[in-house]
Design a protein around this ligand. Structure first.
Ligand code: ACO
Length: 314
């Protein structure tokens, strides 16, 4: 049995169509200045005819290429998504076929915390010896569930996918993880359709979500560092869920981490829910900011609420 689950490859993909703040201000009562000041977002990507599986396939193949393994070597695929292509089958099974794998594959739904929940699940498979090579993907086509006439949500979300390949290892990898859920906040953030015969859109009490996100993520970051007997000085990078720059800055400030140690990609991508952490990770790995041996803190919160953290020696 392996002691650790190590990340051995990362990948990502953004659909080519860019929607800028100025584009949005042509159809809804908003402005680049308002969106930038309140959120830090300048533009986001939107699918035209690509599916969640299409985005996931490219991100997954990029991660497999970096890992230097073939899809046939995978023991498990976990796809975190809020926007599966169909009610069934799981989009993960379509991804399995698209990349040429033959292992078990399932979807995991934990909205913006989906990647954290999927990574933690994958780690358990590896540590128990049930799997050795696991593909974890976050992929979203949130544009399908955004009401493009609702200025309080249309400005926030984007489409994209990110992926990691994990391998069992005696070298350090994932060091710690922590998950939480509290289902009493249903009305603060949800798609309120009944899933079977209605389509629905994201409904959100933005202010309330903002405060809860800052509180929960700040406490969780402190708790994670304490349980690992670490100070924030020992963190090389925070790679947070990319929801709002003000949420990210408030958490970084609370754990005394300077913003130059935080990976921020939301200006170009908006909030891509389960995809945002692996998208940010892949960008910083490929541009050389994140190096092997560095200590990374992933954190995310989403509808439910569900939230969690993963501390990794990369
Ligand atoms: N453009 C211009 N004005 C707007 C817009 C817009 N797009 N949206 C709202 N306004 C107006 C409001 O109507 C309000 O006007 P009023 O004062 O005349 O009533 C004013 O701006 C202020 O609105 P607030 O909702 O109080 O603005 P706030 O500063 O809270 O910013 C925001 C809103 C950006 C949504 C913020 O609350 C937020 O980011 N919350 C977190 C939401 C989030 O991240 N959700 C993602 C899912 S969960 C997660 O990933 C963590």
């Amino acid at each position: 049995m392996s002691k650790f689950a190590r990340i051995i490859g990362t990948g990502s993909y953004l659909p080519p169509t860019v929607v800028t703040n100025d584009d949005l201000s042509k159809t809804i009562d908003t402005s680049d200045e308002w969106i930038t000041t309140r959120t830090g977002i300048k533009e986001r990507r939107r699918v035209t005819d690509e599916s969640t599986c299409d985005l996931a396939e490219i991100a997954a193949n990029n991660a497999l290429e970096m890992a230097g393994i073939d899809a046939s070597e995978l023991d498990l695929i976990i796809l975190a998504t809020t926007t599966p292509d169909k009610i069934f089958p799981a989009t993960a099974t379509m991804l399995q076929t698209a990349i040429g794998a033959s292992c078990p594959a399932f979807d995991l739904q934990s909205v913006c915390a989906g990647f954290i929940f999927a990574l933690t699940t994958a780690e358990q498979y590896i540590k128990t010896g049930a799997a050795n090579k696991v593909l974890v993907v976050g992929s979203e086509t949130l544009s399908r569930i955004v009401d493009w006439n609702d200025r309080s949500t249309a400005i926030l979300f984007g489409d994209g996918a990110g992926a990691v390949v994990l391998s069992g290892s005696e070298e350090t990898g994932i060091l710690h993880s922590k998950l939480y859920s509290d289902g009493k906040y249903l009305s603060s953030l949800q798609v309120s359709n009944n899933y079977i015969n209605e389509t629905g859109f994201i409904e959100m009490a933005g202010n309330e979500v903002f405060k809860i996100a800052v509180n929960r993520l700040s406490s969780l970051a402190e708790e994670t560092l304490k349980e690992c007997n670490m100070s924030s000085d020992e963190l090389d990078w925070m790679v947070p869920h990319q929801a709002n720059l003000r949420i990210i800055s408030a958490v970084a400030k609370r754990i005394k981490t300077p913003m130059d140690k935080v990976v921020v990609t939301l200006d170009k991508q908006g909030n891509t829910s389960a995809a945002s952490i692996p998208l940010a990770l892949d960008e910083a790995v490929r541009d050389g900011r994140i190096q092997k041996g560095q200590t990374l803190l992933f954190e995310g919160i989403g509808g439910g609420f569900s939230w969690g953290s993963v501390l990794v020696k990369f």
